[in-house]
Design a protein around this ligand. Structure first.
Ligand code: BDR
Ligand code: CA
Length: 317
């Protein structure tokens, strides 16, 4: 099978770690580089977690660049340690990778890879969109060079997870999200509408912990912390599969359900709507009019269950 060139932008992060594992296991993916961004934890810690996970997977060949520490209009204030643990990966201590980060920034890495693979590079962004916005600012030709962008972020018809209306990745840097959605490239947005419907359960975690593979075992251990957080949402020890679902959709591994291509606007005001992704979904009442100029596919649902695919991927690493 022909491998396609991918760049991953992440804030590793427990579900980011699962997304990384999913991509490493895929025969369709040539992961050319990974950039970190502040979000769940600082960009520096997220990059170190990524480097260590890659080492554990035996993939020291994949370059890692540190990305933006602060957001476009606001400083980073410590992240979501109550969700992902103090070190971002549920307190799991990984063996330290024996290599350095790249000297370039994540934004520079995006621009370099896009030029090296014109029309081919697929970008997956599973943290705040700061690095992508900075890359767009670095190179006016970037959007035209990139094949497409898949983001985990937003909430279309469901509540937010950090405010009543905003999802964490978009809420961390709404200005960056607005720039990324305004750029002239095709974006697939995977919001909470889809990701809260895919869960990994306690018996899946047991299987991971019993695995021979160190990455699967580490993820199984991390999930204990993620379950601690999600028990209040679901009433049982489980967690949503935000980032790996976006990764699988980017690779083309899942049949999409309702996934209209529509206009999406990000609320960048300082009011209660800050970070909301306002999606033009009135076609539901008005029929299915074409939305001229729209280039954001909003994945509201997927058809098949994703967890078995994710489990299989993590176990065959
Ligand atoms: C998103 O926020 C982060 O905490 C997760 O890693 C995921 O990317 C979910 O809202
Ligand atoms: Ca993430």
């Amino acid at each position: 099978m022909m491998r396609l060139p991918f760049y991953l932008d992440c804030d590793t992060g427990i579900d980011d770690a699962m997304a990384l594992a999913y991509l490493l296991a895929s025969e369709r993916v040539d992961l050319l580089g990974v950039g970190s961004v502040s979000g769940n934890i600082s960009a520096a810690v997220g990059a170190a977690n990524t480097l260590d996970l890659l080492a554990l997977a035996g993939r020291d060949d994949i370059p890692v660049a540190v990305g933006a520490h602060d957001f476009l209009a606001h400083e980073f204030h410590g992240g979501a340690t109550h969700v992902h643990g103090e070190n971002g990966i549920g307190g799991v201590v990984l063996p330290h990778a024996q290599r350095e980060m790249e000297k370039e920034s994540a934004a520079e890495m995006i621009v370099r890879l896009a030029h090296a693979h014109p029309g081919e590079l697929r970008i997956i962004a599973i943290g705040p969109l700061t690095n992508l916005a900075l890359a767009l600012r670095l190179d006016a030709d970037l959007a035209a060079l990139v094949h497409d962008v898949t983001i985990m972020g937003g909430a279309a018809l469901v509540p937010g997870n950090v405010t009543r209306v905003a999802e964490a990745n978009i809420h961390n840097d709404p200005e960056a999200a607005a720039e990324v959605l305004a750029a002239d490239w095709f974006v697939t947005m995977v919001p909470l509408d889809a990701t809260m419907e895919s869960t990994i359960e306690a018996d899946d975690r047991d299987v991971l912990e019993a695995s021979n593979h160190p990455v699967a075992r580490a993820i199984g251990a991390m999930l204990d912390t993620y379950f601690d957080f999600y028990v209040r949402f679901f009433g049982r020890r489980t967690s949503a599969l935000h980032d790996p679902l976006a990764a699988a959709i980017a690779v083309g591994d899942l049949e999409l359900g309702e996934a209209p291509v529509v206009h999406v606007e990000v609320d960048t005001t300082e009011g209660p709507g800050r970070g909301q992704t306002i999606c033009e979904l009135r076609y539901r009442f008005l029929g299915h009019p074409e939305q001229e100029g729209a280039h954001c596919r909003v994945v509201l649902s997927v058809v098949e269950p994703f967890t078995p695919k994710l489990m299989a991927a993590m176990l065959r690493l």
